[in-house]
Design a protein around this ligand. Structure first.
Ligand code: ZN
Ligand code: ZN
Length: 249
């Protein structure tokens, strides 16, 4: 016998491979039940917890602001920040793999569950707007992960994508700096882009999109530009945030 296969056999194999594709594994732990398995959902996305309206930190559903924000130590100028998961363990590894190992296509796997989550959290906007990256950094990395995320959500939700901001100064490392030092670092870093000017910010409701929110200084600096242009509402969506001090185990 040679490798001549009846057409139905080929079809059957094709069907099996499609079924196999459907039974995808979890992108955080590689077990079954992807794209995010129930145990990773519990561990990293905490459906039982709320999010701080000002900075996105995961916290008790009984409160509206986290410990930092209730002491005015959070970002200002955002109507609401929605952070999907807790920036730790497998979820942090996933986000870091996208950024530092240049694997933006991994984001495609989580587009649908992220879209399903956020439409229940934030009011619908006029546009999705990624936090911009400086041209030098894009040249180094090859892509801006915030822009990839925004374009993924654009396809999932059918909301216009507007790259309305640009970054004028290259990123200076923010790790180890507190919120005030970060804000100082970011002075003059962002500006309205030609696309943003053409689209017109005044009276618009915008979702700023970024991968991670830590102190919220970056989102605050971007929101400040949009506020000056008289945006009506500025919301932010990120893949991850920290957890309220009072909830840490
Ligand atoms: Zn998992
Ligand atoms: Zn907060």
């Amino acid at each position: 016998m040679h490798n001549l296969k009846a057409p139905w056999q080929t079809l059957k194999e094709l069907g099996q491979s499609l079924l196999y594709e459907k039974a995808e594994s979890c992108c955080l732990c590689s077990r079954a039940n992807g794209p995010i398995c129930p145990s990773c959902d519990d561990e990293f996305f905490h459906p039982e917890l709320g999010r701080c309206r000002h900075c996105g930190k995961l916290m008790s559903k009984q409160k509206t602001l986290c410990t930092d924000c209730s002491k005015e130590r959070g970002p200002k100028g955002l109507d609401q920040v929605a952070a999907w998961g807790h920036y730790t363990g497998g979820w942090r590894d996933f986000i870091q793999t996208i950024k530092f190992k240049s694997q933006p296509y991994l984001l495609e796997k989580i587009g649908r569950p992220l879209a399903d989550w956020v439409i229940h959290i934030l009011p619908p906007p006029d546009a999705l707007m990624p936090v911009p990256m400086h041209a030098e950094r894009i040249a180094e990395r090859g892509f801006n992960q915030a822009a990839v995320l925004a374009s993924l959500l654009h396809w999932e939700l059918g909301i216009p994508l507007v790259e309305g901001l640009e970054r004028r100064t290259p990123t200076t490392p923010q790790v180890g700096l507190n919120r005030y030092e970060r804000l100082h670092n970011l002075q003059g870093a962002f500006a309205l882009s030609p696309e943003g000017l053409k689209w017109g910010i005044k009276g618009r409701r915008i979702w700023l999109i970024d991968d991670v929110v830590t102190t919220g200084a970056t989102l605050e600096a971007c929101a400040d530009i949009l506020r000056r242009q008289e945006a009506e509402k500025v919301y932010a969506l990120t893949l991850a945030a920290g957890m309220d001090k009072n909830l840490k185990k």
